[in-house]
Design a protein around this ligand. Structure first.
Ligand SMILES: Nc1ncnc2c1ncn2[C@@H]1O[C@H](COP(=O)(O)OP(=O)(O)OP(=O)(O)O)[C@@H](O)[C@H]1O
Ligand SMILES: O=P(O)(O)OC[C@H]1O[C@](O)(CO)[C@@H](O)[C@@H]1O
Ligand SMILES: [Mg+2]
Length: 534
């Protein structure tokens, strides 16, 4: 008989379901290394599955646990899926030269007439065979919190991904490179830091032709938007302010037009900063370049304030967003605490993943109720949010709710509206909670002073904090190293504190979301003291 299985990866990975057939386990695009259980681990209504259509991602193969070699086969399959495309896959005879990124090459003014600089003594290169371990906990039992097991014995599986960094051999001659940078989607703290470090690192390799494409992918087709020449001088201080020097946008021309434009402009390195939509675009550009046999490196740097890109510890801007979100929560707390029966509602970003709401609630310690898209809740009824608010007002005198923008969408009218990129336009759950709370307290004859704060655009526009600034620096540098090393269709991320290159389809197969059975969500519940609202 088929058995529903729940799968959770650590505290920060998506939940998925699959079906077991006797000994074989079929994971339908499930997260890598999913936990196989004989029965559901979550009540059906707390298990929400969110998945974007996979962008040509090859799903995990079915595993036949009765096969004595299943572990070996699984590891081999994993290695194949996380293999990163290289220029030599299409151009086997592509010429490799010694890297110009060495201790002797620190000035962009150097010319190569006397030969490329090289540094025999420098041992700072990454070997192409270096790997980073994706999962680092060995679980002894599938019932251990957050366990990620393939079989009931929790057999240890090694999942290696490619280590990022400069290679000794490079596949582009710096003087022949025209590099372009584009930033797409919404704003996110740290965009300027990444742009800055891509430019600086390109110059250190010896590249002199670096341009910015204005306003996202639109800049490839809009003739009124000239490309912006970039140099260390131009980008020197851009990290001191938030936003993007190049501008951002949603929507844009079809991929074919983008690649036509790249051909016309002679761009052979493209650095794409953006979220899952942008990365789907980057992968399509990479595939189109392959089809046209263009020797081009397309490298992504994941920018998602929602932190919903798979496999990475976090994405840049997330830490800053959490820090900034705390200020809104603190204001809501002060307002609520200073009012008679004050209730503060703060809506934070998170279309399908509640990471910011969860982490900001945890960090602030001032939130009584945290609501995220991954965990179903009722507003009304004996166990609903409003009943609990009444209890909080009676016992504490005030309360603070932190809600992620994608939470409780089933309570709101579905307009089917889409933004320019095709993303669903969400209803305003913050306004809804504010209105329902006012109505409820009026009905029960208890006064309540409800204040609503939506700090979204204030948070997105701030400059990166120190930890994000460092993350952006390393990601920007590694993006350039990846391109020079000849990889394309890849993105760069931090995994277990190390840096890795991943094939784009694997990181955008679906949105990473909070596992309601994770230690981190349980810690959040411990902090807020909220019951489940079912
Ligand atoms: N499947 C896709 N294929 C090709 N291009 C895409 C795809 N999805 C989105 N894009 C393009 O990527 C760009 C950015 O997409 P989107 O607005 O969804 O932002 P995002 O990268 O997901 O970032 P954010 O986290 O801010 O939403 C847009 O120009 C959009 O046209
Ligand atoms: O108003 P815009 O720019 O379309 O962006 C809004 C969206 O962008 C995000 O901040 C992600 O970039 C979402 O959380 C939010 O729904
Ligand atoms: Mg997106």
């Amino acid at each position: 008989m088929d058995t529903l299985i729940g799968a959770g990866v650590g505290s920060t990975t998506a939940v998925a379901v699959g079906v077991t057939h006797k000994n074989s386990v079929l994971l339908r695009s499930a997260p890598i290394g999913s936990l196989i259980l004989r029965k559901p681990i979550f009540p059906a209504n707390s298990l929400r599955i969110r998945r974007r259509p996979a962008a040509a991602v090859r799903a995990e193969a079915a595993i036949d646990l009765s096969d004595p070699d299943w572990k070996l086969k699984y590891e081999r399959d994993f290695e194949e899926r996380f293999n990163i495309p290289h220029i030599t896959d299409v151009f086997p005879d592509a010429e490799a030269i010694r890297s110009t990124f060495c201790l002797k090459m620190r000035s962009p003014t150097a010319e190569f007439s006397g030969g490329y600089p090289s540094d025999e003594e420098w041992h700072g290169y990454i070997n192409n065979k270096d790997r980073v371990l994706l999962k680092v906990i060995k679980y002894s039992s599938p019932t251990s919190a957050g366990a990620v097991c393939i079989d009931p014995d929790c057999t240890w599986i090694e999942q290696w991904v490619h280590r990022a960094g400069p290679r000794e051999k490079i596949y582009f001659r710096p003087e022949k490179v025209k590099a372009a940078i584009v930033t797409c989607g919404g704003l996110c703290p740290g965009l300027n830091d990444v742009i800055r470090h891509i430019v600086i690192t390109l110059e250190i390799y010896g590249v002199k032709n670096v341009v910015g494409i204005p306003f996202g992918y639109r800049g490839f087709s809009d003739k009124n938007l000239p490309e912006m020449p970039l140099s260390r001088k131009v980008v020197q201080n851009i990290h001191l302010s938030g936003g993007s020097l190049l501008g951002v946008s949603r929507g844009g021309p079809p991929v074919g037009e983008i690649v036509d434009s790249m051909e016309e402009r002679g761009i052979n390195m493209l650095f794409v900063l953006g979220g899952n939509g942008t990365h789907a675009g980057a992968n399509a550009i990479h595939n189109e370049c392959l089809k046209r046999r263009m020797k081009v490196a397309v490298v992504g740097v994941p920018k998602t304030i929602d932190n919903d890109i798979l496999h990475m510890d976090k994405t840049f801007g997330f830490d800053t967003a959490v820090e900034e979100a705390q200020r809104a929560i603190n204001s809501a707390y002060i307002e609520a605490h200073s009012a008679y029966h004050g209730i503060g509602v703060v809506k934070l970003m998170g279309r399908s993943s509640g990471f910011i709401a969860m982490q900001a609630s945890l960090a602030s310690g001032q939130v009584d109720i945290c609501l995220i898209p991954e965990v179903h809740f009722n507003l009304h009824g004996p166990h609903g949010v409003l009943k609990h608010l009444k209890y909080l007002i009676e016992t504490k005198g005030s309360a603070v709710i932190c809600v992620a923008e994608g939470a409780g969408q089933s309570f709101l009218e579905n307009t089917n509206a889409k933004d320019a990129s095709g993303n669903k336009v969400l209803g305003d759950i913050g306004v809804h909670i504010q209105q329902e709370t006012k109505k409820y307290f009026k009905e029960i004859g208890v006064s309540a002073d409800v204040k609503y704060i939506d700090p979204t655009y204030m948070i997105r526009a701030v400059r990166a904090n120190a930890s994000d600034g460092i993350l952006c620096t390393v990601l920007g540098q590694n993006a350039v190293h990846g391109a020079f090393a000849g990889y394309s269709g890849i993105t760069v991320g931090i995994i277990n504190t190390h840096y890795a290159y991943l094939p784009i389809p694997q990181v955008i197969a679906y949105a990473k979301s909070v596992d309601p059975n994770s230690r981190m969500w349980h810690r959040c519940l411990t902090s807020t003291g909220q019951p489940d609202f079912i």
